[in-house]
Design a binder for this molecule. Structure first.
Ligand code: ADP
Ligand code: MG
Length: 255
């Protein structure tokens, strides 16, 4: 079982879009996949076709020890993968977990019972370096970092890389950066190409070859509760995420 956190403490950089589409593309390739929504906004839950308002058990109950993963998981009707959903309840978890023992290991421990159930677990992290994200990083073997090729993109990146280094040193020796994924790429923007080149210089092989373009079909899909890769399979955005899923599978053979 490979466990990956999709993380970047900035909001709106394509974490959820990447998680949902990678989950659906891996499922389409026959991989048994679980998506863990770790964001109280519940966007990955809604984008997987599950109504976040209608849930009794979510990742919140699992983190707090009030439900098991088996009780809280659901099947994404549109995506073909399993989902550990989230909703607003999760916003309280941060505070309520403070007094718990091993509070940063709660997700890792919940997943430990299900090693045989899945080939891939993808964790959609919230836009912060909070206790929730820390749970994601402690549970994961690797981090995938989606980023837009903008002027400020590199600035935020060093905070994230430092956090990953600290988690690796103190909490999770298995954690490594799997790669950086360029998303919402606009080929007409000169700056995008410059930042993209800088990323390749800095991070070399860690930059995925696949580049996900800005594509309106990917942005439309969540309102239908369908992953973009299934909503319009032929779109440029869907094609990019299928290519990315293949690149991930290939990359795992080398690490
Ligand atoms: P995050 O989870 O990091 O906050 P999202 O995945 O929710 O980011 O993306 C932010 C917004 O950008 C959403 O409205 C999403 O639909 C849109 N979006 C993401 N990726 C693309 C893309 N490649 N092309 C067009 N819109 C995108
Ligand atoms: Mg998100």
């Amino acid at each position: 079982m490979h466990i990956f956190a999709i993380a970047n403490q900035k909001g709106g950089v394509g974490k959820t879009t990447t998680t949902v589409n990678l989950a659906a593309a891996l499922a389409a390739a026959g991989q048994r996949t679980l998506l863990v929504d770790l964001d109280p906004q519940g966007n990955a839950t809604m984008g997987s076709g599950i109504d976040k308002r209608a849930l009794t058990n979510t990742v919140y109950q699992v983190l707090l020890g009030l439900a098991t993963l088996a009780q809280a998981r659901a099947v994404s009707p549109s995506g073909g993968f399993d989902l550990l959903p989230a909703n607003r309840d999760l916003a309280g978890a941060e505070v309520e977990m403070v007094d718990l023992e091993r509070r940063e290991m709660r997700l890792k421990e919940a997943l430990a019972n299900h090693v045989a159930d899945y080939d891939f677990v993808l964790i959609d992290c919230p836009p912060s370096l909070s206790l929730l994200t820390l749970n994601g990083l402690c549970a994961a073997h690797g981090v995938v970092i989606p980023m837009q090729c903008e002027y400020y993109a590199l600035e935020g990146l060093s905070d994230l890389v430092n956090t990953i280094k600290k988690v690796h040193a103190n909490l999770n020796r298995e954690l490594k950066i799997i790669g950086l994924l360029r998303v919402m790429f606009d080929p007409r923007a000169t700056l995008g190409h410059q930042v993209s080149a800088e990323l390749e210089q800095h991070f070399g092989d860690k930059v995925f070859k696949t580049v996900v373009p800005r594509n309106v079909r990917l942005a439309e899909a969540p309102s239908y509760g369908v992953p973009g890769v299934l909503f319009d399979k032929a779109s440029k955005g869907a094609q990019a995420y299928y290519a990315f899923a293949n690149e991930m599978i290939e990359r795992l053979k080398t690490i």
